[in-house]
Design a protein around this ligand. Sequence first.
Ligand code: MF3
Ligand code: CO
Length: 286
Amino acid sequence: MLSRKICRNWRVPKGQELTELDKRVLYFQNKGHLVPKRSLIKTPEQIEGIRQSGIVNTGVLDLVASEIKAGMSTAEIDRMVYEYTLDHGALPAPLGYEGFPKSVCTSINEVVCHGIPSEDEILEEGDIINVDVSTILNGYYSDASRMFVIGETTPEKQRLVDVARECLIIGMEAARPFGFVGDIGNAIEHHARKHGYSIVRDLCGHGVGLEFHEDPEVEHFGRKGTGMLLVPGMVFTIEPMVNMGTHEVFVDEDDNWTVVTEDELPSAQWEHTFVMTEQGLEILTY
Ligand code: MF3
Ligand code: CO
């Protein structure tokens, strides 16, 4: 009798011969590990499509990087994102996504993520802002975000921004083919804690490519060797949200989008879209 239900995500069509990849994944599935559905493994053509989408996405972020400054409204950032994206034959994925009203998320200081650009929100010297850009090109999705420091900020906020970036890099380095999603989260949380920071638990990275949000959920905390198996061909984001104080967050009741830290201390986040290869992770949003 089975003492534990094995989740059989990986199914090989009847009569089809097992590939080397099938055998490797089935080995983990039979040991009781969570493995991806076969449909999460992108074809080389799909990966190329996501890469092209990522090139436009990176262009948007580079444009924002060159223009962002004190005195600018977040609505101006939104217009820049919208125009550049359309000029490059693409669409901004946030626009109209589950009712989101703008083309980009702009999240300042204690706003963790999903901030809505507004004419009334003016960037000030010392602000730290996350600009989260997601692009659809020829049906392929890419997703990345960066922090920008407006002028000069306090050493405390600058350190938060820097450590959040390190968390993304460290998470990326912890991901290896036939490792686990939990390896990534474990490395990230460890690094954040070492600096006295906390990791947001209510929001996570995600599979991406054919849709905006696909499996797996990529938590930025956890235990090594747990969570979904990382198989070459999977495309997903890593996007740790690092808080100066408590990890607890709430959603603004006025707009039902803006996520804010419970203690209203600052938060920082960096994000890339990656493809897992036989050799390790490759960034698709450089
Ligand atoms: N870009 C966000 C992410 O990293 C998702 C934003 S959803 C939106 O997953 F509707 F707010 F755009
Ligand atoms: Co994302």
